[in-house]
Every structure is written in C-alpha cells, then in structure tokens.
Design a protein around this ligand. Sequence first.
Ligand code: UTP
Length: 297
Amino acid sequence: MKRRVTKAIFPVAGLGTRFLPATKSIPKEIMTLVDRPLIQYAIDEARAAGIKEFIFVTSRGKGALEDYFDHANELEAHLKKSGKEELLETLRSTNMESGAIAYIRQHKALGLGHAVWCARRLVGNEPFAVILPDDVIAAEKPCLQQMVEAYAEVGGNMVAAMEVPMDKASSYGVLDISDDMGAMVSVKGMVEKPKAEDAPSNLAVIGRYILSPRIMQTLNRMKSGAGGEIQLTDAIAEEIHKGDKVYGLRFRGQRFDCGSKAGFLQATVAFGLARDELRDEFQQFLASMLAIRKAAE
Ligand code: UTP
C-alpha cells in the first residue's frame, strides 16, 4: 500500500445545531475566524500536507460553501485596477485549481462515518485524509503535515490525539492504548463518547485522520452507534479487530473546537492575538475588558 496521501475528505454535511440560529442560513464552515472562513484554515492545512484532491461531503443549504471556492474574477479585476496588490494576493491565495475540488452529497445527516462513506468512489483504492474543519489547530508545523510524515514511516491508520481532562473524555472518541511510544501510540481499541468510568484513557481523538481505503468496506456494513449516528470511530475500532494497525499521534499544536461557542470564542482570541496588525489594539482591549469585569465583581 502506498504511503503518499494526496486526497482529503472534508465532511461538512452536519446540521451545526450548536450554532443556531446562525447556522439556519450560514454553513458552520463559512463562519469567520478573524478574516477567513473556517474552511480556508482546513484547506491551507491540507495543502501544506501535500493534498491535491479535495472532496467535500455537503448537504442541502451549503451553497455558500461551494460559492466560496469560485474564482472571484470581477473582484480580482477591481483590486488590480485600484492597485490593491496585497488584497489581490490574499484573494488569489484562496483560488483552487480547476478540477481539484469535488462535491458529494450526504442526503441525510446519518453521522460522520456515513459522511466519509459517501466519498468512497472518489477515494478509490488510496489512503486518504479526513479533516473536520470545525477543529482548527494552531501549530508551527500544520497538524496534517505532522501526521503525513509520521504515516510515511508506519502506515496503517492514524488519528490525531490529544490529552483531555478525564472528566471531559466522554465528549470524544477515546483511545485504548497498547503501546505508548511517546509522540505516537499504537491503539488496541477505540470508544466513542464513553461514560467517564469506562474511558480507557484520557487520550482523545480530534478531527484529523489518515485512513486506509479498506475502511470503506467496513463502513458499508456499519450500523448506527453512539447518539444513533454511524460513527467513524466504531469503523476504525473494527479495523483494529481485523488486524489493521491504528496509531494515535500526539500532534504538537493547540486545537480549538470551533463547533462550539466557547471554542470559537477562544479561537478568535488566540488567532486575533497571533496577528501582527491586530495584536496591540486587541490585547489592550482584552485587558481593559477584564479589568472592568474584575472591578464589577
Ligand atoms: P458534529 O458532531 O460537529 O455535528 O460533526 P454537526 O452537525 O456539524 O454540529 P452540531 O453538533 O449539530 O452542532 C462533526 C463533523 O462531521 C460532519 C460535520 O459537518 C462536522 O464537520 N458531519 C457530521 C457530517 O458531514 N455528516 C453527519 O451526518 C454528521
């Protein structure tokens, strides 16, 4: 099995209920973190990791997402004419090569496992990445690139993993570790959203995966699991039982759950403070807000 990963699936067909009413008309992935939509962060990370084919699993109401990847010829011409080279450069950096993006519909939100399965024909017989755009990761070396490099060494299947407080483990897919090698662990089982007392570790899976195409056959037969959804975690766990290797990579970086309000706000602060042109003013504002709150307490 070749160990180069050039295809990535972006499952974006979820209902985004935690962001209602915003997600009534705006796809979650178009929501803006500082000045770019969540999906742009995911695309940039994928490109840095060498991904050439971008497969979106979409659903009804995600038109704005598809439009975002059209080339904005009129806007480009306007910026060029008015000499706004920097903005033009920013805009052009979001352009995708013709034919690099494919859209597949998930007709019903039956779960992440089902969304991935919907892309089976486009994936073919190659290992592929899965990126959940609502997990945004700030990292010196982009998370998927770290994974692609580790995967080139070990193959199998790989998930991004991070330590969480034990009482939070029940919100995640959790790894049952067979061998802890430091940056990487090999995995003997996985449980989606375990009860706190049943969690096999506090090493949680977050939204980056590199998977063998064999998983599509497993997903083919999958029944719904936790929350009544077809879970990707359950399919990966089944691969282990069939004898396939699964590794967890403790990536270096900070992950923000932009699918939740608190996570999105935290990401806005972190990414805002990371921008040279915003830092001073934003930092002063945050300090004064905190001082006002403290004085009021
Ligand atoms: P979430 O668990 O965040 O669900 O899905 P959601 O529907 O997007 O949001 P909430 O919980 O209702 O607020 C994780 C990822 O899996 C995709 C989502 O789009 C998101 O990127 N997904 C989930 C699908 O593509 N299809 C599904 O049936 C479920």
